[in-house]
Design a binder for this molecule. Structure first.
Ligand code: M6R
Length: 357
């Protein structure tokens, strides 16, 4: 039920702090341990490479998950779009572990890959919001997102939940390997939940950004570097699927290799800057587009060197910034769609679970 909300999407955006806190509660073991099936821990330890398979928003969460697993647990990770992987399987390592990320657990493209890899005898873990779903039943292991039913076609709370669970999995594996980490995932996720709450209280700001940058435009670009690039991809998908504005997310450094040709007077460019190591490079990309007439909106993180940014989001751990920087993008997409009288919860041509290949 929507309750007092006009749309499920807005309700689900607002639920994100609760979802993160629920995940903390569900995965918190005794004495600061992580509560995780020992078989899953072992499967991670046994793997010489992790293959993440997913579609759409879940694929974008997988890209962030790669950074988390590689940086914390030091296992190489490849992330693949399911429909590409099944027809074009790359050369696999000797001991792969497959991780399927799917809100619904019913996505046919992902299931096709699961069937293939099970036939090949490889272990599979599904991270899903629906534990009894097909992808959950057919995999060896399941991690539950605990996000509650997601009704709006545009995925919001499942995305942040997926990244939170991936962070917990990465830390658990790192600890099992005996690595000393200065990263307590539960403490850091609690900070994230508060940061999301603070942003959800600033809806008028996001609505203003949607008005200022997107009310008449036909297109919009999202740029970022590293983990911010992955969030840009998600921001671009969210905006295009519900507002029908043509969007593209790409790495800041790629601008000069083609896309900059499309920048003209007033073209909106949303830039993300949450990472110290790319703060200056992404700002110089913003300069490149501004000098060609772009209407640039910079969303950055507190603690970084900045001047006149459009929105500064609260500071969280480096690896968890996507859970926070995506919130304004979700809300901006929501208001842009609303202002265009689009059917926010049920965009044209799309279904909540895509059960055909
Ligand atoms: O249920 P899944 O996570 O497997 O769904 C994957 C995609 O179909 C889904 O994320 C889609 O891209 C959303 N509509 C994005 O908001």
């Amino acid at each position: 039920e929507k309750g007092t909300y006009p749309h499920f999407m807005l309700k689900e955006i607002d639920e994100q702090p609760f979802v993160i806190r629920k995940i903390i509660q569900e995965y918190q073991g005794d004495n600061d341990d992580i509560k995780l099936e020992s078989d899953i821990r072992q499967a991670m330890l046994d793997a010489d490479r992790v293959y993440i398979i997913a579609c759409g928003t879940s694929y974008h969460a997988g890209l962030v998950g790669k950074q988390m697993i590689e940086k914390l647990a030091k296992i190489p990770v490849e992330v693949h779009v399911a429909s590409e992987f099944s027809y074009n399987m790359p050369l696999l390592s000797e001991k792969p572990l497959f991780i399927f990320i799917s809100q619904s657990g019913e996505t046919a493209d992902s299931r096709a890959v699961l069937v293939q890899v099970k036939e090949m005898g490889y272990p599979a873990l599904t991270i899903t919001n629906v534990p009894g779903s097909t992808l959950s039943r057919e995999a060896d292991y399941t991690l539950h997102l605990h996000a509650g039913p997601e009704i709006a076609v545009a995925s919001t709370k499942a995305y942040t939940a997926q990244m939170a669970v991936l962070a917990i999995l990465a830390v658990d594996t790192a600890r099992a390997k005996g690595y000393e980490l200065d990263f307590d995932p539960m403490k850091e996720l609690a900070i994230v939940a508060n940061a999301i709450e603070a942003l959800c209280d600033q809806k008028d700001v996001m609505e203003g950004i949607a008005k200022d940058y997107l009310s008449t435009t036909r297109n919009c670009f999202f740029i970022g570097r590293g983990i911010d690039y992955y969030v840009g991809l998600e921001g671009a998908l969210k905006l295009k699927e519900i507002s029908y504005i043509q969007t593209e997310g790409f790495p800041g450094g790629e601008l000069k290799h083609g896309t900059i040709a499309l920048i003209e007077e007033g073209t909106p460019v949303i830039a993300l800057a949450t990472q110290e190591n790319v703060n200056y490079p992404i700002r110089s990309n913003v300069q490149e587009v501004v000098s060609r007439g772009a209407n640039a909106c910079i969303i950055s993180m507190k603690g970084l060197d900045q001047t006149d940014d459009t929105l500064v989001v609260p500071e969280v751990h480096d690896l968890l910034t996507p859970l926070v920087s995506v919130i304004p993008l979700q809300l901006i997409a929501y208001y842009a769609a609303l202002h265009r009288d689009c059917d926010v919860d049920k965009p044209r041509n799309l279904a909540k679970s895509v059960t055909v290949e």
